[in-house]
Design a protein. Structure first.
Ligand code: AMP
Length: 245
């Protein structure tokens, strides 16, 4: 249940390699603040499943573990962030993944939500919300271990891990009893490619935010509740600053 539903939060951007726990933590942030969880991976998978024009264009890159082109993803995110439920903020998981997407997001937030760089540096704009960028850091071998153990509920989207967060009954969702599945791109050869793509394309996004003084890192291989606590401390602190506190 949402615990804080009046303040403007973020938007919060969660960075980190595949398997770092972005999805799990994003869901918790969304529930805590009553803001939507915007996962570009989930949105794209939904397009692929529905066979939309975007889904057809995205499908091949996704099955290779490659990135979908920036303009397709940015258009999709623009449509999502313009929906009324994003007015108080959102938590973005899997976006931005390239420096071009990060630049686009800065421009979009400045123009449409008044919480870009200007709000960050100009205290008189408090109350507009501030972009919060958090990177979850996890060691490479730990990531491989996590990703190969990942199982997803096709009905409710809940994520499990056979090694570290197994369901109560093997291969079965605790919440709705659906049979858990291995995502197509969680096969080992695709995982290695996704991790390489992260190093090549998404690590520069972290550097981009670091240069702007925006990046906060959290150790992602701590117990999952500890990671959440650390994230909430950051979101609480930044939100208080944005309100002039
Ligand atoms: P994810 O569920 O975040 O791991 O994303 C699954 C796949 O969707 C990725 O491997 C990419 O092919 C594609 N994808 C998700 N987000 C983005 C993005 N921001 N830019 C480009 N491709 C993306």
């Amino acid at each position: 249940m949402a615990e804080e539903t009046s303040r403007r939060i973020g938007p919060v951007v969660l960075l980190g390699p595949p398997g770092a726990g972005k999805g799990t933590q994003a869901k918790r942030i969304a529930a805590q603040y009553g803001i939507p969880h915007v996962s570009t991976g989930d949105l794209l998978r939904d397009h692929v499943q529905r066979g939309t024009a975007l889904g057809q264009q995205a499908k091949e890159a996704m099955s290779r573990g490659d990135l979908v082109s920036d303009h397709l993803v940015c258009d999709m995110v623009k449509d999502r962030l313009r929906q009324p439920d994003c007015v108080r903020g959102s938590v973005m998981d899997g976006f931005p993944r390239t420096v071009a997407q990060a630049r686009w997001l800065d421009m979009f937030l400045e123009r449409e939500q008044g919480c870009g760089d200007k709000a960050f540096f100009d205290k008189s704009m408090s109350g507009k919300g501030l972009l919060i960028v958090i990177r979850l850091d996890v060691d490479y071998n730990q990531l491989l271990h996590r990703l190969t153990g990942r199982r997803t509920c096709p009905t409710c989207g809940r994520i499990y891990n056979v090694h570290i967060q197994p369901p109560c009954v093997a291969d079965t969702c605790d919440l709705d009893g659906s049979k858990l599945v291995v995502r197509d791109d969680d096969r080992e050869e695709v995982i290695r490619e996704r991790l390489a793509v992260y190093e090549r394309q998404t690590q520069p996004v972290a550097d981009y935010y670091q240069r702007k003084g925006r990046l906060v890192t959290v150790q992602g291989d701590l117990p999952v509740d500890e990671v959440t606590d650390r994230i909430f401390r950051i979101t609480g602190r930044v939100t208080a600053t944005a309100e002039g506190g």
